[in-house]
Design a protein around this ligand. Structure first.
Ligand code: ADP
Length: 272
């Protein structure tokens, strides 16, 4: 795969103090209606780390991914990605709320795969993948197509370039969505319950592909998943959420076998 994210990487050990941060949430608060979903949330993710967010439904996990994709904006607090703020910019020497142009630039560093694939139904598979690299990154159509073909080979769909999404199984559509996200060469890949909408027999294939990407590349990953086996396999760190706060975080062996919090124990015994 012709992308810097494809370089083999040593598996990182625990985050070291002072190590660079690729993602930083600083006192981020978000309410919908009168309900506070995230409450002064702080966390950071070091480059290359694979981090899984777990916790009960409604605890704010997807909102974190949507904030990173700027599909929603925080009420207060700041979010930084790869040294650039998603929430603020400096204009005329003053720090002001980030404008659309600034946000678009920072967002180029982030790719997201959704539960419902969200492919463009009227475009063939190849075009689904080349569209953003051409129009957002400014790649030539030839370059974008070459990259798209490589990625389709990587996800095992090299023979489906000319198919429409509706001609593919859910698992195949999700593989295309993964290829589409990687085509932008993002620094961060966000995965939002990407197997939840799949028929059970298609889940394992998509998870295997994501395992390969997690273990074989240095891309930073943030995943929301109910697949605890997968979370355990790929994560450097698991963050347990409850009511919009991280109640505990640590390596998967610790969180899944010997969590500190009763709430984590209860959650895991309900889902495992
Ligand atoms: P999780 O991913 O942990 O299940 P979410 O982040 O999806 O949680 O949602 C957290 C809470 O925020 C839920 O109560 C949900 O209904 C609410 N919520 C999320 N997005 C919106 C929205 N766009 N409008 C209104 N409420 C929302």
């Amino acid at each position: 795969m012709d992308t810097d994210t494809a370089n083999p990487r040593p598996r990182p050990e625990a985050t070291k103090a002072g190590e660079g941060e690729l993602i930083r949430f600083d006192r981020v608060t978000k309410s919908f209606g009168g309900t506070r979903v995230l409450d002064e949330l702080c966390f950071s993710v070091a480059p290359g780390r694979k981090v899984t967010l777990i916790g009960p439904s409604g605890s704010g996990k997807t909102t974190i991914l949507r904030l990173l994709m700027t599909l929603v904006r925080p009420d207060t607090g700041s979010i930084t990605v790869d040294g650039d703020s998603l929430t603020h910019e400096t204009r005329g020497g003053r720090l002001v709320p980030a404008g659309e142009k600034h946000v678009r630039e920072v967002r180029k560093k982030i790719g997201m795969v959704f539960q419902q694939f969200n492919l463009f139904p009227n475009m063939r598979v190849l075009r689904n993948i080349t569209e953003a690299p051409v129009h957002v990154l400014g790649l030539s159509p030839d370059e974008a197509e070459e990259r798209a073909r490589e990625l389709l080979d990587l996800v095992g769909l090299g023979d489906k370039c000319d198919a429409y999404p509706s001609q593919l199984s859910g698992g195949q559509q999700q593989r295309v969505a993964i290829a589409r996200a990687l085509a932008m060469r993002p620094r961060v890949l966000l995965l939002d319950e990407v197997t939840s909408a799949l028929d059970p027999e298609l889940v394992a294939g998509v998870l295997d592909l994501l395992r390969d990407i997690a273990h074989g590349t240095d891309i930073t990953m943030l995943c929301v998943t109910h697949e605890m086996g997968f979370a355990r396999d790929i994560s450097d760190e698991v963050m347990m959420f409850d009511s919009g706060r991280v109640i505990e975080a640590g390596p998967p062996d610790k969180i899944f076998t010997d969590p500190d919090h009763e709430r984590t124990r209860e959650f895991l015994s309900a889902v495992l």
